[in-house]
Design a protein around this ligand. Structure first.
Ligand code: AHM
Length: 346
């Protein structure tokens, strides 16, 4: 087809087209995705001009996890929360930036089917130095009755119960990637029309890859199995065709996005100081696990699949390993071999 006749689907057109295949669907999920797309466009505008307006730097406050809150974190959180509250599909939200979940307790929202959890701006540490950052979200069907306020149980669902999950990467171009059980699709923001346009249909995570992403600064604090896997990544051997390339931005959205497209593994293991690692199960790990698994990859905490973990707290952390299937299997066998040897010694 000549480029002039090529039909590029916008996010809205794509979700409506998908909806047409399910005449019984109510369209609530499509509306929710549209709301998220809108909030992300507003955040994108501010991220792009961050150096020009007084929106860089810290607010001078700490979040619930004792980390410094950046002004853009607050802006992004307000945008996502506001858009979803004013919409018609979301009964409540939980955000990495807020201590507690929020019930949208008006007549319309109370009757909505979904709840949403998000990290409004992941990679905050990179904001002030112009490195790509992102938003991560997961959408669940509420378990409480429609018409009543949402409850904690609505938010403490296993990741496998997500209906959809996605992320936005504010990078050299801005992309929104979202997954449902039917697959993963990527949309690039076309600034000339202000719309996300389908650019990466039916994304698949390559089974094998040659990129590993981990914070090497913590190397001596990792368990033996993780060190063994890192050594394997750095060496040439018959099975993996290594050495692999090490890439670590420190902005998980960008790191996992790159590995999803090119093939690779991202790890944020527990350390001696922080056995549960740094990343949050509900806002960061569950959505990514859902997306990467829908694309054919794997995600685990080193013991069980991320999507099978029963959350007990809104802000709980977990070790996180995610990526291409064969690399994940190599990593898991390193963990298992060292753990067995440790058990035998003990
Ligand atoms: P944040 O919630 O403060 O933005 O932290 C999350 C980020 C991830 O995007 C990234 O993978 C990780 O922190 C990097 O942490 P570290 O600097 O410890 O390697």
């Amino acid at each position: 087809m000549s480029p002039i006749n090529r039909q590029v689907l916008t996010l809205d057109e794509f979700t409506i087209q998908s909806l047409r295949q399910f005449p019984q669907a109510t369209g609530e999920l499509s509306t929710l995705l549209r709301d998220i797309g809108l909030a992300s466009k507003r955040v994108n505008v501010e991220v792009n001009k961050a150096g020009l307006v007084d929106i860089l730097g810290d607010t001078g406050t700490m979040n619930v996890q004792g980390e410094e809150v950046k002004k853009l974190d607050v802006f992004a959180n307000n945008q996502f929360t506001g858009v979803l509250q004013r919409g018609v599909s979301c009964a409540g939200i939980a955000s990495e930036e807020m201590d507690e979940f929020v019930s949208f307790d008006d007549d319309v929202s109370r009757n909505s089917k979904y709840i949403c959890m998000y990290d409004p701006l992941d990679g905050s540490g990179n904001i002030d130095v112009n490195v790509s950052i992102g938003t991560i979200f997961g959408i669940y069907r509420r378990v409480s009755d429609r018409g009543t306020p949402v409850t904690r149980e609505d938010f403490l669902q296993k990741g496998k119960h997500q209906v959809a999950a996605g992320y936005i990467v504010y990078g050299s171009s801005t992309m929104l990637v979202y997954a449902t059980r039917r697959g993963v699709n990527g949309f690039t923001l076309d600034p000339s029309i202000g719309e996300f346009c389908l650019s990466h249909p039916d994304l698949k995570c390559p089974d094998a890859g040659n990129i590993y992403s981990v914070n090497h600064g913590n190397y001596y604090q990792y368990e033996e199995g993780v060190k063994k896997y890192i050594t394997l990544c750095q060496n040439k051997n018959k099975t993996n065709g290594g050495p692999y390339t090490q890439r670590y931005i420190g902005s998980m959205v960008s790191d996992v996005h790159r590995n999803l497209i090119k093939g690779g593994i991202f790890m944020y293991p527990g350390t001696i100081e922080k056995p549960k690692g740094k990343l949050r199960l509900l806002y960061e790990c569950n959505p990514f696990a859902f997306i990467v698994e829908a694309a054919g990859g794997k995600a685990t905490n080193g013991v069980q699949p991320i999507l099978e973990i029963q959350p007990t707290e809104l802000h709980q952390r977990t070790p996180f390993f995610i990526g291409s299937k064969t690399m994940m299997e190599e990593m898991e066998s390193c963990l298992a071999s060292e753990r067995t040897e440790e058990k035998i010694k003990a």
